[in-house]
Design a protein around this ligand. Structure first.
Ligand SMILES: O=C(O)CCC(=O)C(=O)O
Ligand SMILES: [Mn+2]
Length: 211
């Protein structure tokens, strides 16, 4: 089922990116996309911005071992227990990347208008050096990385950040692992697109320290 081709290291100053262009075969990636899209209880969270509750531009679901919890900006996602397909994917991603995972945040981008804005996955419960492994399914989307404002101790100007921005393209079946100091030194996003784009799902495996 798996094409565990060698991973490529994508150069990133002050970060670590490992990339498997074809972690899953096309047919398996398609079957997994349909399974996840149809069986996951997707929710659209709201976040509070300037006192207003606004729906975020994508759907989410949280899967995890008991004791793992996820929340941001005052929202908490309910914890689902692992679907067998996600559980076996977790084991395979763990084996390939050499890292343990106990939860996954799933994103469903319904079309090009759905997105996730610049952020780092650096919540305290992810520990000092978070490892986030993203398996992509469905339509290919752009994935951008830019230095954080204080890049490796130095304050970055807007122009320097724009110049250092890296654009990746994540097709169905690919796996991207962000490790090392990536979350400390870099931000990432999936930008909105004005072209017609189909649905994309990302499964982002993480390790949450239980309290
Ligand atoms: O969909 C993606 O590839 C990225 C999602 C993401 O950054 C996140 O869930 O934290
Ligand atoms: Mn993220």
């Amino acid at each position: 089922m798996l094409l565990q081709y060698e991973s490529e290291r994508i150069p990133l100053a002050g970060g670590e990116l490992l990339y498997w262009p074809r972690f899953l075969e096309t047919r398996d990636a398609e079957a997994l996309f349909e399974c996840i899209r149809d069986r996951v209880p997707w929710v659209q969270s709201k976040i509070c911005i300037a006192g207003r509750q606004l729906p975020i531009p994508r759907l989410n679901a949280w899967y995890g071992d008991s004791g793992t919890e996820y929340g941001y900006s005052g929202t908490r996602l309910p914890v689902n227990s692992w679907l067998p397909e996600l559980d076996s994917l977790k084991s395979r991603v763990a084996r390939a990347s050499g890292s343990a995972f106990n939860c996954a945040l799933l994103n469903l981008y319904r079309d090009g208008r759905d997105s996730v804005d610049w952020h780092s996955d650096n919540e305290p419960e992810l520990g000092r050096t978070p490892i986030v492994a993203t398996l992509s399914l469905g339509a290919e989307r752009r994935f951008d990385l830019r230095p954080r404002r204080r890049d490796m101790g130095k304050l970055e100007t807007g122009r320097a950040r724009a110049r250092k921005t890296q654009c990746l393209h994540l097709p169905a079946g690919s796996l991207l692992v962000m490790a090392g100091d990536t979350q400390r030194n870099w931000q990432h996003r999936v930008p909105k697109m004005s072209t017609e784009i189909g649905e994309r799902i990302s499964v982002t495996f993480r390790y949450v320290e239980s309290n």
